[in-house]
Design a protein around this ligand. Structure first.
Ligand code: CTP
Length: 423
């Protein structure tokens, strides 16, 4: 997407990931974005203002009390001139300041003074990310309508492994592109896209399943699949950002619960089916989970031991089809029922057949052959299949895919309300 004419204010926080922002700046400039850069005092310990300024093609702002800056451009104007504010890396400290509304230096003052959308790319040690204080702050920021990309899970500069790594520049770029679509100004005095007041899914209830299921064979072994839950969790977050009340029902994943979303954790398909039933009624149901099709007819109560008679024979039975059950629900069928079709061959033909067989309104088809690198990856290329037709989306970050899908579902929902009589 070309970003010509888009004005982005980048606030660089003081974290080791600051060096990655240099690459982000390069990519944004290649796309024609016009950038203004603010660095916190700590950020300057990681990258120099000179290297940032040379890449960004302009001066770096760093001082709230600089008279020159205030005469050339005041801090209020600096925060309002932009179409979008991006905080990367968003340190625990900056996020805490944002959640509290502190304004004791330039970066936090701009974040408090702005009337535009803010996108944060958190980056910190996993203990800091998982700390209840950061969880609380993220929940507050989510309610305030702040957009979040990442963090990723992986090796950290401090030698630990877990969630907290800042997203890679292409993912932040995709989130910026998604954030710049549509209205970027946040109406005052209500900055938040609160459930009751704003957003295309305001006042609607959305139930999302995500992740794999684990079907036990014995107390230590189970049948599983490669689903990471990234797309399902992103859908839950996008639906919440669109104003919906979201219930996320997640199989075993290593992702943190999306901030501010009621998340129910389950292990097996049967547990997931029960949790979905309990979460109904809903306006929209999105079955993004990769539910195991089969489970052991009887899970062994004790660990299955090796024997000289050869390998054990597994007796499998079919799991309940949650999507088909919801789509054919006699009392509580949601107005829109969305299924996913993860295929490795003949993607479209299988998706169309699945739409009819399961009785849902939409099938989101994706190619999960190993060449497509979708399972566990950060990007996805999906095709939306409805009775009305087929629409392929470009390959995008899963976050951007989620935003586009939710926008589509919201539009379908609105059209259905127009056609129908009840709201
Ligand atoms: N699904 C479900 N419950 C199941 C199996 C699948 O809700 N027990 C949902 C998934 O969440 C997904 C969709 O159904 O939205 C497609 O799942 P898939 O396993 O691909 O469909 P199947 O009918 O099993 O088709 P096939 O195995 O032939 O691909």
């Amino acid at each position: 997407m070309a970003l010509t004419g888009k004005r982005i204010l980048i606030i660089i926080g003081g974290g080791i990931a600051a060096y990655k922002v240099l690459d982000l700046i390069r990519r944004l400039r290649e796309r024609g974005a016009s950038l203004r850069i603010v660095m916190t005092a700590a950020a300057k310990e990681f990258v120099t203002p000179l290297s940032v300024a040379s890449l960004a093609g302009g001066k770096v702002f760093d001082d709230l009390f600089s008279l020159t800056d205030e005469t050339e451009i005041g801090h209020i104007q600096l925060s309002r001139d932009a179409d979008l504010l991006v905080v990367a890396p968003a340190t625990a400290d900056l996020l805490a300041k944002m959640a509290q509304g502190l304004a004791n230096e330039l970066a936090s003052t701009l974040l408090l003074a702005t009337d535009k959308k803010i996108l944060v790319a958190p980056s910190m040690n996993l203990r800091m990310w998982l700390h209840p204080a950061t969880r609380r702050n993220m929940a507050v920021l989510h309610r305030d309508g702040v957009l979040v990309v990442g963090p990723d899970e992986g090796d950290m500069a401090c030698g630990e492994y877990g969630p907290g790594r800042m997203s890679e520049p292409p993912a932040i770029l995709a989130a910026i592109e998604a954030a710049l679509q549509g209205e970027t100004r946040i109406a005052l005095p209500l900055r938040s896209r609160s459930q009751e007041t704003d957003g295309p899914l305001a006042g609607r209830r959305v139930v999302v399943t995500s992740g794999p299921t684990h079907e036990p064979l014995d107390p230590v072994r189970y049948i599983a699949n490669r689903s990471s839950g990234k797309q399902g969790h992103a859908l839950a977050a996008a639906a919440a950002a669109a104003g919906a009340e979201v219930v996320l029902i997640s199989g075993p994943v290593t992702l943190p619960d999306p901030v501010g979303i009621a998340t129910k954790h389950v292990e097996t398909a049967a547990e997931m089916a029960a949790a979905v039933e309990a979460a109904l009624p809903a306006d929209i149901f999105i079955a993004a989970a990769a539910v195991a099709d089969w489970r052991a007819a009887e899970a062994a109560p004790d660990k299955i031991k090796k024997s000289t008679d050869g390998a054990p024979v597994l007796q499998l039975v079919e799991n309940p089809d949650i999507l088909a059950t919801v789509a054919q629900h006699s009392e509580k069928r949601p107005r829109i029922v969305v299924g996913f079709a993860a295929e490795t061959t003949d993607v479209l033909a299988h998706a169309k057949a699945k739409l009819a067989r399961k009785g849902c309104d939409v099938i989101v088809a994706n190619d999960v052959s190993s060449a497509a690198d979708v399972m566990g990856g950060d990007e996805n290329q999906v095709t939306i299949v409805t009775k009305a037709g087929v629409e392929a989306l470009p390959r995008l970050h899963k976050y951007a895919v989620a935003e586009r899908l939710v926008a589509r579902f919201a539009a379908m929902f609105k059209a259905m309300l127009k056609d129908g009589s009840d709201a």
